[in-house]
Structure formats: C-alpha cells, structure tokens
Design a protein around this ligand. Sequence first.
Ligand code: CS2
Length: 322
Amino acid sequence: IFGHIVFCFSFLWFTGCTSDKKEPEFLFRTALLVNEDHTWFKAFAYFGEILEERSDGRIKVEIYPSEQLAKEIEAIRLIQADVIDMTTTGSTLTNWFEVATFCELPFLMQDSTDMNRYINGPIGKLMEEEMIEKSGLRALGHFERGARHLTSNRPIRHPDDLKGLIIRVPNVPSFVTAWSALGAKPTPMAFSEVFTSLQQGTIQAQENPFAMINNAGFAEVQKYVNLTGHVISWVYPVVGEKQFQRLPSDLQEIFLLAGKDMQDYEHRLFLENEKSVQEELKTKGMKFIKVDKKAFEEKCSNAIYESLSPEMQKIYRQLKQE
Ligand code: CS2
C-alpha cells in the first residue's frame, strides 16, 4: 500500500509539473454571504469563467460562500486592508458613508422602476463615487433583489403583533431604527449566524427577500413569511479599488465589461428564481401571511426620516417627490 501511495504522489507531482496551465497573474478572492445555490454565487462563478477566458488565464477568481472567509463587515475591512478582493454589499456601507442608506431604506422605493431610476440617476452616481472615496470599493454593477419580508414563528399582521419580538437585522442603522419604532427588538447580526440563532431561540425572527430565505434554509426554523415587503433594494458586487488599479489598463477594461455581463447574467437568474421561489417556500411548509402594510409604514416612517442627517433628509424628500 505504501508503494501505491508513493506512486500516486509521484504521479500527482509529475502531472502537476508538466501541466501547461498558467498560474494566474491576478487572483481575486471573493467572500460571499450566500451559499452555492444563490444567484449571487452563480453570477460570480460566471464572472470568474469569462474573466479567465477573456484574460487568457491572467485573472482568476476564487469564491468563498456562506461567509466562510469573512462576514459582510469583515469582508469590507479585509478588502480595504488588501487581504481579500471582492464581495457583495449595499446598505451596510452606511457605516462608511451615509448616502448608501438609500439603496435599502425601509418604505422608500415601491418597485423596480423606482429602483432603476435611483441606480441610474444622480443618487446612484453619488453612491458609486462615495463608495470609491470613502470605502475604497468599486461597484461592478448591481444585483436587483426581491422585496424583504419578515419571517417568524407566530403570524404578524400588524405592528402591534411585534411587541418584544427579537428580530435579527443586518448591520444597517436604518433597519435598527425602523424595527425599534415598530415595537420589535432588533439585533444586528451577521447573516451566517442567523440560522443557528433562530434554531437556538436567541432570536425569533429575521427579514430578507424570498430568495435569501430559501437559500439559507430558514423554512426549517421559521413557520411564517409575513408579507411586509418593507424594503426594496439592491446590492453591489464590489472589488477593492486598490486591487482594481493594480490591473494593467487592458485588463481593467476586460474586468469592467465582465462585471456588466455578470450583472445581466445574475438578473436573468434572479427573474427565473422569483417565479418559483414562493411555491418552494410553501412546499417546505411556510405559511404566507397578509399584513397591514400601511400600518407598518405609518408607524416607522417618521423615525426613519428623523434618523437621517439634514443633508440626507433633503435627498429623501427629493426622492419621494419624483
Ligand atoms: C443580507 C444583506 O445580511 C442580510 O440580511 O440580506 O445583503 C443585507 O441586505 C446587507 O447587509 C446589505 O449590505
């Protein structure tokens, strides 16, 4: 048996050395919060494929799902420290610059028409500029998301039903403001900790789009999807600006174009998934609950507005008027 092992090793060594596969010149390590089944993971895998091909093997993308490599906030810091290179993020960036709040502010946008208007308008432009300047990240496009809904183990139809409910929220200031105003007890927590915390009962509820609820297997630990639809949002696939600037200009061009192609690819997968995801959640035993959306909006809108700086309040008013 020993001889066999030695043979295998020398075989591996031999094939390894004679393989003419080039070592990549540029390696981009990507930390994702979702697992391999989510459209963001699939989109980054596609991005890696087309980049490797179009750069003739000079660029390689490595993806680490399920926050294995880093949780969202850590991922941002590690990219800034030039330890890793890419991730997905959005309103969490409010911790670096305030205007990021508008890509995921509760009860701001109504639908994807509003969303696209923001992304492509002055506010989207400002966001991308601030992102480079204040957080050292470059947006490669955007991923549209479905509306966020509240999941729980008791039905929630009205804000009055929320009393004392411990709900996990991402590390996003406006989410804490909104859920506190609604009467719940919001607890900021990294995404990868949510499943176990729900299972162990340290939190009782969480909120996310259908795709994410399904992807993370929350049906196993949550009975109800309360159709709050309180947030319409998007996230950005991002790369560290330093890391991007290290690429020669021909590769920069390839990189940015591949980013746009990744966005289109993800969008197709997103639309496809949206068609079946609600049925999937029902099959897994989740019950869908209609809620008094107006009551939710009315109870927290003022608190959200008041929590913004005067400058952001001005933008908020403009966006609402458009
Ligand atoms: C996710 C995040 O953690 C979560 O629940 O849905 O993508 C969240 O929206 C963000 O933290 C955005 O930056």
